[in-house]
Design a protein around this ligand. Structure first.
Ligand SMILES: Nc1ncnc2c1ncn2[C@@H]1O[C@H](COP(=O)(O)OP(=O)(O)OP(=O)(O)O)[C@@H](O)[C@H]1O
Ligand SMILES: Nc1ncnc2c1ncn2[C@@H]1O[C@H](COP(=O)(O)OP(=O)(O)OP(=O)(O)O)[C@@H](O)[C@H]1O
Ligand SMILES: [Mg+2]
Ligand SMILES: [Mg+2]
Lengths: 250, 250
């Protein structure tokens, strides 16, 4: 079982979109996948068609609730643990010192062992929620949009990750995903070229193209596989899943 | 002097882009404008060409530094107060109870009185930084992208704002800006129609169209007025400034 944080403090780059769609493709291919909505906005649940507020990971971390009772089977082989009602409280925990960063890791201990992959959809910030996700994870996926501010934000993220690796004595496997690529935009191509140059062997081979379909499908609570199974976008995510499983990079 | 929070916890909707470009147009038209980078990512400074890390609003709030010494005149009539090095610390302040939310308001007291407008570029979160911005502001601008998750996130934001208004006994003037509008995308038109239907008189008349120019110009530290003065995008922001000054809504 491997735990993967989908993280980037830059907003709107495609963290939730990547988690929902990559997760679903892997589940369809027979892997056992759990997705954790670790953003108080709760958009991963919405994107998968779960709209009512319900207890989730926050209540496991803060109240010791049993994870098994809160997991929702949202698709075949795909479970969702929603954000819960109190996830925002974790950002403002005052007591507990360094242990505040270990709550998620403790909550996941000895559970989900039957899963192949657990993905954590992170919020666009670098506080205690991000710290908890990083502490609990073995791998990191970094969605990147094809624009300058996303590239500029990456240096901020890598500084944060470096600090974590030093404190935790950990070396994460880090992979970048080009998640909103417009081949007609020079800036998009420049961002991709820059990533390949500075992070050789760490950029996943399949780019996710910018398409209106991915802006529409969360509105129906459907993944791209359900909304437009024959689309280029569905192919993009199938390609990304292959990259993830085989380690194919640019 | 009016203080305006540019806020939306949904990431990547155009908060920083709106603050930089609307601020510059108003300054060009002769208004005295101060912009505060209230996001630890520090992207408002980058978008205006200020790249080195320097002291800013965090040091005013946490160390009592004098605001006048930290203000940068970045364009004619346009001052910038950068994020500073310790802005992230504010999200995790543990002591001080409710006063933790008043630090910005106290820091701005009796300064910037000579300004016409002070805009606060907020981070994509709803913790203590957002609380400080809301406490200090009289008005709120909410940039909205033309996609379903931005619309869904709006209900989350409005819940947060309602709580604030009750606690602070305040009634904010709230205006929505359609900040990444693609007329060829049905979802974009649907989002705009939904906003106009549910928030009559609160959607600013000019929509900011999606254009590669706005994804490029931060890379040169230029606003749209400098990067492509004759473009449709420059016209969009001039129109938005007129809406802001005259109260023109859809
Ligand atoms: N490749 C794409 N093409 C078009 N739209 C996309 C694409 N990827 C994501 N989107 C849309 O862009 C918006 C932002 O994506 P998403 O919400 O997944 O990003 P995020 O990083 O999770 O955002 P946040 O920082 O707010 O959590 C969403 O409305 C989504 O539907
Ligand atoms: N109308 C537009 N057309 C094209 N690109 C845009 C437009 N508005 C903003 N952008 C680009 O989209 C990205 C997100 O915009 P911006 O950074 O201003 O949003 P934000 O809400 O401040 O993000 P964050 O939540 O990370 O603070 C940036 O790279 C910006 O250049
Ligand atoms: Mg998200
Ligand atoms: Mg911003």
């Amino acid at each position: 079982m491997s735990i993967i944080a989908v993280i980037n403090q830059k907003g709107g780059v495609g963290k939730t979109t990547t988690t929902a769609n990559l997760g679903h493709v892997l589940a369809r291919s027979g892997k056992k996948v759990t997705l954790i909505d670790f953003d108080p906005q709760g958009q991963l649940a919405v994107a998968l068609g779960v709209v009512e507020r319900r207890q989730g990971i926050a209540e496991v971390m803060l109240e010791g609730r049993d994870i098994r009772q809160l997991l929702l089977e949202v698709r075949e082989n795909l479970q969702l643990l929603t954000a819960g009602v109190r996830l925002m409280d974790i950002e403002q925990l005052r007591d507990g010192g360094a242990q505040r960063g270990e709550l998620l890791s403790m909550a996941l201990q000895n559970s989900l062992q039957d899963q192949d992959y657990v993905f954590i959809d992170c919020p666009p910030s670098s506080g205690l929620l991000a710290a908890n996700a990083l502490f609990a994870s073995d791998e990191i996926l970094i969605p990147m949009a094809g624009d300058f501010l996303a590239l500029q934000g990456l240096s901020h993220l890598l500084e944060t990750l470096k600090k974590f690796e030093q404190v935790l004595q950990k070396n994460y496997k880090k992979q970048l995903i080009m998640s909103r690529f417009s081949s007609t935009r020079r800036i998009s191509r420049q961002v991709l070229n820059t990533l390949c140059k500075h992070f050789p062997g760490q950029v996943m081979a399949t780019v996710i193209r910018e398409t209106v379909l991915l802006a529409e499908c969360p509105g129906f609570g459907k993944t791209i596989l359900e909304y437009r199974p024959g689309s280029r976008s569905a192919r993009d995510f199938r390609g990304l899943a292959d990259d993830f499983l085989t380690g194919r990079v640019l």
